[in-house]
Design a binder for this molecule. Structure first.
Ligand code: GLU
Length: 281
């Protein structure tokens, strides 16, 4: 199988050093293996995605010396594929509509209990308030959640391989653990064709991604993706979660940290080789 990877930015801000590191590393690893590097535009959240950020990201990546098969996949074009995956889950009774907002969830969560995790990869673990609502009851303002207890019934032995230094090894999924540390994740958000977890799972398979190379902050979400792959009968790629580029205070870079934007470094006269040095490549 050809080593195939991707860089999947959301066009909601400038490309910064952390993104550049992720894209360069993925591109270098694909290149070293004689493989393919894809760009995928994760613009599911159309309220935040902007065409000028997408153009700037592509321009910065080209400046860094990266190329990819054109046109890049764009998640806003992929609604039909996400709907098809959701229909498969719905047919198996794994979905329910949920109307809870954050305050409802906080209120329903109750007092913390010793040894019971309260937060998962998506924030507070959903307490299950709407779990018994049927899909037929769905309202336009609802999100759609996965009933994780049902989705993990009779779960076979599932594992994934991680090659990033921090978590290297084989990781096994466990139904109890998925229920208590992840819970009923959202698969379709309001005004969006899917959620990040659904879209990334469907798109990685559609692009025949063999190696997912991304930041360590997404390691905990990987079990969700592996579970969804299993439920949809899709292959599980190898994962490589890399270190995060932090600012001088040790804080993870965010989109709003314009000072670290690649465009700024370009204006200041730095070269792509300087950027590689800055991120330790
Ligand atoms: N779109 C995600 C981000 O910008 C990356 C998702 C992924 O690589 O799986 O953080």
């Amino acid at each position: 199988m050809t080593f195939t990877t991707r860089f999947a930015p959301s066009p909601t801000g400038p490309l910064h050093l952390g993104h550049a590191y992720s894209a360069l590393l993925a591109h270098d690893m694909a290149h070293a293996a004689g493989g393919i590097f894809h760009l995928r535009i994760e613009d599911l959240d159309q309220s935040r995605a902007r065409p000028h950020w997408e153009a700037q990201i592509a321009d910065d990546l080209h400046w860094l010396g990266l190329t990819w098969p054109e046109p890049a996949m764009r998640q806003s074009d992929r609604g039909a594929a996400y709907a098809q995956a959701l229909a498969q889950f719905e047919a198996r009774g794994l979905l329910y509509p949920c109307r809870c907002n954050r305050a409802d969830i906080d209120a329903a969560a109750g007092a913390p209990q010793e040894g019971v995790p309260q937060f998962g990869p998506d924030g507070r673990i959903y307490p299950g308030t709407c779990r018994n609502r049927p899909m037929a009851d769905r309202q336009p303002e609802d999100v759609i959640r996965l009933n994780i207890a049902r989705a993990t019934e009779a779960l076979p032995a599932l594992t994934f391989t991680e090659t990033g230094a921090a978590f290297a090894g084989t990781h096994a999924l466990n139904a109890d653990d998925l229920q208590t540390t992840i819970g009923d994740v959202i698969l379709e958000r309001r005004q969006m064709a899917g959620s990040y977890h659904l879209a990334v799972t469907v798109d990685d398979a559609a692009q025949a991604i063999t190696h997912v190379i991304r930041g360590e902050d997404l390691f905990d979400a990987t079990r969700i993706h592996v579970l969804l792959q299993h439920l949809l009968g899709l292959p599980t790629p190898t994962y490589h979660h890399h270190r995060l580029i932090r600012d001088d205070a040790g804080k993870r870079l965010a989109k709003r940290d314009d000072a670290r934007a690649i465009a700024r470094y370009r204006e200041d006269g730095l070269s792509p080789a300087d950027i590689r040095k800055l991120v330790g490549l």
